[in-house]
Design a protein around this ligand. Structure first.
Ligand code: SF4
Length: 282
């Protein structure tokens, strides 16, 4: 069987570059969405939006972090079935990349050893890795620096099977309204629908990697993405940084999976305006 070898050092360097790229410059689509966001007119919302825009410029120019919360390091890996990592493990390379970059770029280390002991690991590791084994000989590495504020306000629910679109709209609206200013709106919403109790939140996180304004290929889901954005923007009253004016949600992305006949798993993973992610294919 044909195997393609990718060296440990190649993976390490690629992951380091991704962390650096994502920490100082937002993806093009996120930048565009923030620059053209509805500020809601004069007031603190508009002032905050202008500060967010200036912050993006300073961060890119001076190579300083986009936010003081430099995030938990997430990797979403799509690993071709014929790829072999030579000279070490993939997990080892991703953890080493995070440890080295969070140190050398002076990014805050935000990982504690356990929720109860709360002792900082000092390296921003371990990273969180989700794998998908796919056909082919490529290794796709997606990195996301995810802030605690938006992660804390994310929610999961097992809806009744007859909840329908109305149930989804209500749960997402309740989640964003209860979150208020805490996840630093304007937001991006990742919605995981289906799968199981453990799978739906992963789908919601995966959805956040999709480029801004790229709709789901299923027209029903694409329409629901638009509907959720507009529903929350009309009814939540949250607005920019929670000041009640301007846009609350910049875009919504749904990922779905089949589920049990008796279940309707639904997860909402909120991402803040500082939506830091990047991708490379080796
Ligand atoms: S929610 Fe985002 S913008 Fe707000 S503090 Fe956390 S990482 Fe920073």
């Amino acid at each position: 069987m044909f195997c393609r070898s990718i060296g440990y050092q190649t993976v390490l360097r690629a992951a380091e570059d991704l962390i650096q790229k994502a920490s100082f410059r937002l993806p093009e689509g996120v930048e565009k969405a923030l620059r053209s966001a509805d500020s809601g007119g004069d007031g603190p919302g508009r002032d905050s939006l202008e500060m967010i825009q200036r912050n993006m410029d300073v961060s890119a120019r001076e190579k300083v972090p986009l936010c003081q919360d430099t995030g938990l390091a997430f990797f979403y890996i799509r690993l071709g079935g014929s790829v072999v990592i030579e000279g070490g493990s993939l997990e080892g390379a991703l953890n080493e990349a995070a440890a080295s970059q969070y140190a050398s770029l002076f990014l805050r280390k935000s990982v504690v050893k356990s929720p109860l002991r709360r002792i900082n690991t000092g390296t921003n590791t371990p990273v969180i890795i989700h794998y998908e084994i796919v056909e082919g000989d490529e290794l796709e590495i997606n990195f996301m620096a995810k802030g605690g504020g938006s992660e804390n306000k994310s929610r999961m629910s097992m809806l009744n099977t007859d909840a329908g679109e109305e149930g989804v709209l209500q749960f997402v609206l309740d989640t964003v309204t209860e979150a208020g200013p805490d996840p630093c709106p304007p937001l991006f919403l990742g919605i995981g629908m289906g799968g199981s109790f453990d799978h739906a939140p992963w789908l919601a996180k995966k959805a956040l990697f999709r480029p801004v304004r790229q709709r789901h290929p299923d027209p029903l889901m694409a329409a629901l993405e638009e509907k959720i954005t507009s529903h929350v923007n009309t009814l939540s009253g949250v607005g920019i940084q929670g000041f009640g004016r301007g846009v609350t949600v910049l875009d919504t992305f749904i990922e779905t999976a089949p589920c049990h006949i008796a279940s309707f798993p639904l997860a909402v993973n909120i991402n803040c305006h500082s939506a830091r992610y990047a991708q490379v294919v080796l």
